[in-house]
Design a protein around this ligand. Structure first.
Ligand SMILES: N=C(N)NCCCC[C@H](N)C(=O)O
Ligand SMILES: O=C(O)CCC(=O)C(=O)O
Ligand SMILES: [Fe+2]
Length: 317
């Protein structure tokens, strides 16, 4: 592994009402640099209270620790929406994991109802689960919008334009569990190399190290270990689309080879379900001409999900 490290950005000056315009601009420039270079950064001074982080993390850890097979099956992805609920992803080559997903509810307008349209499924116990998710999501949407405003400032685009594409963010809160390695030959836990397809991912995890890896600019894999109380953020394909590739949606993967499980909780801050994402910067150095033509987010989402669903086992009917 190379000795490169990911930047740690203090977002507090951007959020503080007492900051000067220059202090806000300095934060925006720092973010901009990280988006152009690594496509990954740690975010501290984010303003999300530690008790909200602890609460959602504990609910995720407990869900995987205490749910019976029956509890999980009751929450299995439904064959219409195929997005919200419990799923198990098995890929003997790239690694397996289980997950519980919730998203912004989307009214079912298509008939038959398509991927991503529906409402969340909640575990029966504990009865605090739903409010733990909803209060966390509410706070994270606020942070997501603030980071988007900072990026608008850095890019010199109208903040109102950016915000109008995410003000009803089709967010996803994912709770993932990578199992412990039970024997040297048992199927390995992890997730294959990919880029995220939305806008911004804010990752919260347990304290496990040596699991998540990020592709560095030179193509080597580097570990991105957790820093307590700090989010690890990465950019999704829609930010690359907005900026014609100036901002990087960087590849990452999880290789979890440990005798203890790992729980991670990415919050995906993504465009509105129906948003059109088109480049907002003038065409740059010429070589990306024609590549960024604009997309309707829901189409991109459904396409990505159809691909990902290939590894899902045990879908409910
Ligand atoms: N909303 C966003 N950006 N999600 C990106 C990750 C989705 C995880 C995985 N492809 C899956 O099967 O769900
Ligand atoms: O579990 C992690 O650390 C990363 C998960 C991830 O990359 C994803 O769900 O998109
Ligand atoms: Fe990811």
């Amino acid at each position: 592994m190379p000795m490169e490290t990911l930047p740690i950005i203090d977002f507090a000056p951007f959020l503080l009402p007492t900051s000067t315009p220059q202090e806000r601009r300095d934060v925006a420039v720092e973010l901009d640099q990280a988006c152009r270079n690594a496509g990954f950064f740690y975010l501290k001074g984010h303003g999300v209270p530690q008790d909200l982080l602890d609460n959602i993390r504990q609910h995720a850890i407990d869900f995987f620790k205490t749910s019976s097979e029956e509890d999980k099956q009751r929450l299995a992805l439904r064959s219409d929406d195929k997005a919200r609920g419990y799923s198990r992803h098995v890929d003997p080559q790239k690694g397996s994991h289980e997950a519980l997903d919730s998203y912004r509810p989307v009214e079912a307008t298509d008939s038959p109802c398509g991927i991503g349209q529906g409402v969340n499924q909640w575990p029966a116990k504990p009865d605090t689960f739903r409010s733990a998710v909803e209060s966390y999501v509410d706070r994270m949407e606020r942070l997501g919008r603030a980071v988007i405003e900072a990026l608008a400032l850095a890019l010199g685009v109208d903040a109102g334009l950016f915000v109008s594409r995410v003000d009803k963010s089709f967010w996803q809160l994912r709770m993932i569990c990578y199992g412990r390695q039970t024997s040297p030959v048992s199927a390995k836990a992890g997730i294959g190399e990919h880029t995220d397809f939305g806008i911004l991912t804010f990752l919260l995890t347990d304290s496990t190290k040596n699991s998540l890896q990020v592709r560095s600019k030179t193509g080597e894999w580097m570990h991105a270990d957790p820093i307590e109380g700090v989010f690890l953020c990465n950019l999704g394909d829609m930010l690359a689309e907005w900026t014609r590739g100036a901002y990087k949606s960087t590849a990452h993967r999880v290789v979890h080879n440990s005798d203890t499980p790992r729980v991670s909780i990415p919050f995906f801050f993504d465009p509105n379900w129906d948003a059109i994402i088109e480049p907002v910067v003038p065409s740059g150095d010429g070589n990306t001409e024609g590549r960024y033509v604009g997309v309707r987010y829901r189409d991109r989402y459904v396409g990505a999900m159809e691909e990902a669903l290939g590894t899902v086992v045990a879908l409910a009917v």
